[in-house]
Design a protein around this ligand. Structure first.
Ligand SMILES: Nc1ncnc2c1ncn2[C@@H]1O[C@H](COP(=O)(O)OP(=O)(O)O)[C@@H](O)[C@H]1O
Ligand SMILES: [Mg+2]
Length: 387
């Protein structure tokens, strides 16, 4: 028993000595190729075995003949394991190289081309991770491309929209200059309308740019939904009367909300103007506000006869306008397809949500806003239509 323990101790001593001598080599190779490291580890195992055997033989536990036999066995298995380490190491190195080549295809037009068979699970996992990254990159690029296209389309559309009133203004200015305008007062009034339309369009563009840059500074205050709707109805009244459209308040709960009153009035105003314009004379546009799970839902319902289902998903897109060509409207509205994009931007800046669906004789736009605190105790009187 004692002998056995001594043999173990001597073998450990020999192996430790070999390990100590090999340590600097292992340290140097640590940052080099994995093939070299594998080779070094196999060489260390062989050297430790040989050193332990020699130590045991020195202590007379092995005869000279036995030492020769054991060393021959160690030498042969050493050659085999070194060769195996070298082969395996080269396979891993080749696999890594192939993966590195594949990695260069991440972000290329064709997308990531995964290596056929990565030699280890780690390399296979890395390959999968690269594949996912490449997929995400492709998606981001696709989004960027779509955004770019819509931006170009918007700029082209806006340029066209700006050019039309400008051409009109130039023609009228020239006529006045040449003294060929007969009814100068009418020319001036017409010019005033065109200038207002241009100003409204530039104002919308500026607002949208601020929203899209995330630079919309909200001045939040606690206001009643009731007052917001009242204000918007008063603003849209003249247009509704001129268009022969009835404006009705179909149930407005007097709930408090914490919003930028000016911006939400703009939201309601945009929705009302759209609704009135889309509704034929004698039709009805109804505004309502109800409470739903801690949210206030403002709704504007018109009599437009419904929006084609395939267009419902696009109405809030910047610059999108339904069917009609880009011709300026008689009522002087900008009509550049920015109104609903602004609506969505403002509502989202308030942590709210906008939706649209077809309902009744037309469509229904809804704006969901978070409420604050309990509703006031006294019931406000039912709201009267402004038109
Ligand atoms: N209430 C509505 N009823 C029917 N169609 C609408 C309504 N509101 C908006 N739309 C459609 O959505 C388009 C985009 O609206 P908007 O962004 O306000 O731009 P614009 O009013 O300048 O056309 C409109 O051109 C119209 O086709
Ligand atoms: Mg509009």
């Amino acid at each position: 028993m004692m002998d056995f323990l001594l043999i173990v101790a001597l073998a450990a001593l020999g192996a430790a000595l070999a390990g100590l001598l090999a340590a600097p080599a292992v340290r140097v190779l640590r940052r080099r190729s994995v093939a070299l490291s594998l080779f070094a580890v196999a060489a260390l195992a062989v050297a430790a075995m040989a050193a332990g055997t020699v130590a045991v033989a020195q202590a007379m536990f092995l005869s000279g003949h036995d030492l020769g036999v054991v060393m021959a066995v160690v030498a042969v298995s050493g050659v085999v394991s070194l060769a195996a380490a070298l082969l395996f190491g080269r396979r891993i190195a080749a696999g890594s190289e192939e993966l590195a080549r594949s990695a260069r295809t991440v972000g290329s037009e064709g997308g990531f081309v995964a290596p056929a068979e990565p030699p280890t699970t780690e390399l296979a996992a890395l390959s999968r991770a690269l594949e996912e990254t490449s997929g995400r990159l492709a998606e981001a690029r696709e989004r960027e491309r779509a955004l770019d296209a819509s931006r170009r389309e918007l700029i082209a559309g806006i340029s066209h929209d700006l050019r039309t009133p400008l051409a009109g203004l130039r023609a009228m200015a020239e006529a006045l200059e040449d003294g060929v305008a007969e009814d100068t007062a009418r020319y001036h009034a017409r010019m005033r309308i065109e200038v207002d339309r241009l100003a409204a369009m530039v104002d919308d563009l500026f607002e949208l740019a601020r929203i899209q840059a995330g630079a919309l500074a909200l001045t939040l205050s606690r206001v009643s939904v009731y007052d917001l709707v009242d204000e918007a109805l008063a603003g849209a009244g003249p247009l509704a009367r001129a268009s022969g459209v009835r404006l009705v308040a179909g149930g407005v709960v007097p709930l408090p909300v914490r919003v930028d009153a000016q911006q939400i009035t703009r939201v309601l105003g945009n929705l009302l103007v759209n609704a009135i314009r889309a509704t034929p004379a004698d039709g009805t546009v109804a505004v309502s506000a109800r409470q739903e799970q801690g949210r206030v839902v403002l709704a504007v319902e018109d009599g437009c006869g419904g929006i084609p289902p395939e267009d419902l998903g696009r109405v809030f897109d910047t610059g999108w306008r339904g069917g009609a060509a880009r011709t300026p409207r008689a009522d002087g509205e900008s009509g550049a397809g920015l109104g609903l994009a602004i609506v969505r931007g403002i509502v989202e800046a308030h942590q709210g949500r906008t939706t649209v669906r077809n309902a009744g004789a037309g469509c229904r736009f809804e704006v969901e806003l978070p409420t604050v605190g309990p509703p006031p105790a006294t019931d406000a009187p039912a709201l009267q239509p402004a038109g």
